[in-house]
Write a protein of this length. Structure first.
Length: 354
């Protein structure tokens, strides 16, 4: 049986990381006695106020278990049965959710190619048509990812341009905020500046990638979308009976600045990694490092050698994707950078082991 090395850390995903100690302590503190199930507990009640502090007093938050569940519920809340959703071709809802928006929500995804993972009004126009054509799935939602699957970040002006276009055409805007905290940390802005104040209607807010054991939240910003969302959550199999343990984690994350500390650190480790490898011969950084992702093109042989030492994912076009997280250390980054140098020049590495 393989043993768990508690000191081992890689660069495959921020989902690989453990639980932040403050989150673990919050789970333990919530464990005593009995509390009303299915969200009737004191933690979930307090959480409504805390989300209001970050997104506006009108915001309604619904804790759920998974990011896919949060996205599917949010998209269902914002659409009719005959609707379609415009998203980037690289969007998580299109590439990495096993077809859940189509299978569970019955939504057609209209994908748009984007060189950097970010939608623009110009790109959206290619699919924003046929609103009155009964032969075409009606575009009703534009879905953004923040930060994007390529680690790039929308600024508030870019989001506002898209939400203005969407609303002018009778559409809503959903934001997949699995790494919204990283985007906010990069820009030095509060969460509401990238959501409520920029015109977003509904979002999925990430916790698991930022230190939680498990847990995400659907956050409704347009009150018109709130009707029946509790029933959508239940019918989508995302209603946790012992919800206090999900809510307690979010309280630990959001009542103070833990969400920001974790995201800022993860971003800083990605920047440090970029700075240590960007000028190495044979390395081509493929996207701006703005959040906690580093995409690089490497020779195939070097990438293969690195896989022997580190967990990470290969991306299209011979790229490696390296993700940092709240528990990545500068030493971890230095080890990876040294391994990259050795993988690029293995003969030199053998003769010069230091």
């Amino acid at each position: 049986m393989n043993r768990h090395d508690a000191d081992s850390r890689g660069f495959a995903s921020d989902n690989y990381s453990g639980i932040h100690p403050e989150i673990l302590a919050a789970i333990g503190a919530a464990g005593g006695g009995h509390q009303v199930s299915y969200g009737g507990d004191v933690y979930t009640d307090r959480l409504r106020e805390v989300f209001g502090l970050h997104f506006g007093s009108h915001a309604r938050a619904y804790p759920v278990l998974t990011g896919t569940g949060a996205n599917v519920i949010a998209l269902q809340a914002a659409t009719d049965r005959w609707a379609s959703v415009i998203c980037a071709a690289s969007a998580h809802i299109h590439v990495d959710e096993g077809g859940a928006p189509e299978k569970v929500a019955g939504l057609k995804l209209l994908t748009v190619p984007t060189p950097d993972g970010k939608l623009t009004v110009e790109a959206i126009r290619a699919e924003a048509h046929g609103f009155d054509d009964e032969h075409r799935a009606q575009p009703q939602v534009i879905s953004l990812t923040q930060s994007t699957e390529l680690g790039t970040v929308y600024n508030p002006g870019e989001i506002r341009a898209i939400t203005d276009f969407a609303h002018a055409h009778g559409m809503r805007v959903h934001l997949d905020g699995a790494r919204l905290a990283n985007a906010a940390a990069h820009l030095g802005l509060p969460l509401r500046a990238l959501t409520t104040d920029a015109g977003v209607d509904i979002l999925s807010f990430g916790g698991t990638k930022n230190g939680l054991l498990l847990g995400e939240a659907v956050v409704v910003l347009d009150p018109a979308l709130d009707r029946g969302l509790d029933r959508l959550r239940k019918s989508s199999m995302q209603l946790a009976s012992k919800m206090r343990f999900v809510s307690a984690q979010f309280l630990a994350l959001l009542e103070g600045d833990l969400w920001l500390r974790n995201a800022t650190h993860a971003n800083a480790m990605a920047t440090l990694l970029h700075d240590q490898i960007a000028t190495l011969p044979g390395v081509r950084v493929q996207a701006p490092v703005q959040a906690n992702a580093v995409f690089v093109a490497l020779p195939d042989a070097a990438r293969t050698r690195l896989h022997d030492q580190f967990h990470f994912y290969d991306w299209a076009g011979g790229q490696a994707r390296w993700m940092t997280t709240f528990d990545t250390t500068p030493d971890d980054v230095t080890r990876l950078a040294a391994a990259v140098r050795a993988a690029l020049n293995p003969v030199h590495a053998k003769t010069n082991p230091t």
